[in-house]
Design a protein around this ligand. Structure first.
Ligand SMILES: Nc1nc2c(ncn2[C@@H]2O[C@H](COP(=O)(O)OP(=O)(O)O)[C@@H](O)[C@H]2O)c(=O)[nH]1
Ligand SMILES: [Mg+2]
Length: 412
């Protein structure tokens, strides 16, 4: 199960309040200076700290947010989390909720296109207890978040949120190949463009999965990142083991004007790059007469999908499956064609039924992806004599990003 590492973080800038719901001081869609012309602090309540962690699909955003949530909780803070995806039934939401965190989900489009849903979700997080800090995970194929999310939050809700430095995670497997322009990455140049733009707008970059890298590999990645974004601080971490997170927490604690790197971005390239990915979310209930090993089912499902994708030469950006049973849950993932299938959170239970959620983001047509997932589900069900019911499946290519707001220059 998930382990929380205790780090002694100084968080005097975060506030400990307990209100029923986040009541915004600012009015949505009204420029803050209009109702606070003197600039004097008229705040009825102290601002909630907004921490957003971006990065490509499978980079380790959910694992990082879970670790940060543990750190902040240990420091006595009330944490709310917002997840985001182009579709419903998120494995990430399942993972974080099952770890006991208060999670709200913006589903159906990215934060930038659903800015009002994001603020609504954040407001709703305060229903049980006002959060001191909100951790937000944007869609992994999304970029331009400074101009479309952070700047509007600063401008329209300037007295409600205090903006932490914007962190972006580099995924070593795809990141190295893309930044070093090393052979076949499995993605087209337009999809690679998104990963690069994500790094460009970061206030700080985390090189994740250091537990799997040699010190030479970490150094090589640091140099690649520094060549690409020379001014941006880089921290090497392992979100799974917690290495480097005292530095991350200290980095996020900084006060100042962050989230100001507004991208020069071509939305045609961005939209076409995003649309090259096939997206699939699926949920179903599996029932059996005889108990079966839930972890093995999750591994077999992800392995089966991965093998069939390999056979058609389609690069997975992230495949993940969660299985839930009576308060227990297990998660299996794969994040690239050259990394193994991992049981990231073992359940260690023999079960007679489970609720399954599968999320797949792959560089292939959604129709192909759907066919593969359906056939693997069928195979694994037959192998174990499982009866599948309540199957919900959606597959698509993400539509063109149409941000609710886009600021072309920094507001403060
Ligand atoms: N070895 C290792 N695996 C990691 C690390 N961080 C994340 N992962 C794994 O990588 C996969 C994707 O992580 P996740 O947090 O879901 O990525 P996201 O798509 O960016 O939210 C999961 O299997 C995680 O367990 C890390 O630091 N080390
Ligand atoms: Mg995630």
């Amino acid at each position: 199960m998930h382990e929380v590492r205790i780090v002694n973080v100084k968080l005097e800038n975060l506030f400990l309040f307990s209100y029923k719901r986040i009541e915004f001081n600012s009015q949505p869609d009204t420029p803050a200076q209009e109702h606070n012309p003197t600039g004097a602090n008229m705040s009825a309540q102290d601002p909630v700290r907004y921490v957003m962690v971006g990065g490509f699909l499978g980079a380790g955003k959910t694992t990082t947010l879970s670790r940060l949530a543990g750190i902040y909780q240990q420091a006595g803070l009330n944490v709310g989390i917002v997840t985001n995806d182009q579709a419903e039934d998120l494995v990430d939401t399942g993972i974080l909720r099952n770890q006991g965190y208060e999670v709200s989900e913006v589903a159906g489009a990215c934060f930038c296109c659903r800015f009002n849903d994001l603020t609504e979700c954040m407001q709703n997080l305060g229903e049980a207890k006002r959060p001191d800090i909100i951790l937000a995970e944007p869609v992994g194929s999304c970029t331009d978040l400074v101009a479309t999310v952070i700047q509007p939050l600063k401008h329209l809700f300037n007295r409600d949120f205090s903006i932490a430095p914007y962190l972006v995670i580099l995924k070593p497997s795809h990141g190295r190949k893309i930044l070093a322009q090393q052979g076949r990455t499995g993605f087209s140049p337009k999809a690679e463009y998104i990963l690069k733009k994500q790094l460009e707008e970061a206030d700080g970059i985390l090189i994740n999965r250091c537990d799997e890298l040699t010190s030479e590999e970490v150094e090589e990645l640091k140099q690649l990142v520094s060549r690409f974004c020379p001014e941006t601080p880089v921290i090497a971490v392992s979100a799974v083991e917690g290495t480097g997170f005292d530095e991350v927490a200290a980095f996020l604690e900084q006060q100042g004007d962050f989230g100001t790197k507004i991208l020069d971005i071509d939305y045609d390239v961005y939209a076409e790059g995003e649309a090259e990915l096939g997206w699939l979310n699926c949920s179903t209930r599996a029932l059996s007469d005889a108990p079966f090993d839930l972890d093995q089912l999750l591994l077999d499902l992800i392995d089966g999908i991965r093998d069939q994708l390999h056979a058609i030469g389609a690069e997975p950006a992230h495949l993940k499956a969660i299985g839930l049973w009576e308060g227990f849950f297990g998660v299996a993932n794969v994040i690239s064609s050259d990394s193994p299938t991992r049981l990231s959170l073992p359940c260690r239970q023999q079960v007679a039924h489970t609720d399954l959620v599968i999320n797949a983001r792959v560089a292939c047509a959604p129709e192909q992806l759907e066919q593969i997932v359906r056939s693997v589900l069928q195979q694994q069900a037959e192998k174990r004599g499982l009866e599948l019911s309540d199957l919900q499946l959606s597959s698509f290519r993400p539509g063109r990003p149409m941000p609710t707001h886009r600021y072309s220059s920094s507001t403060m």
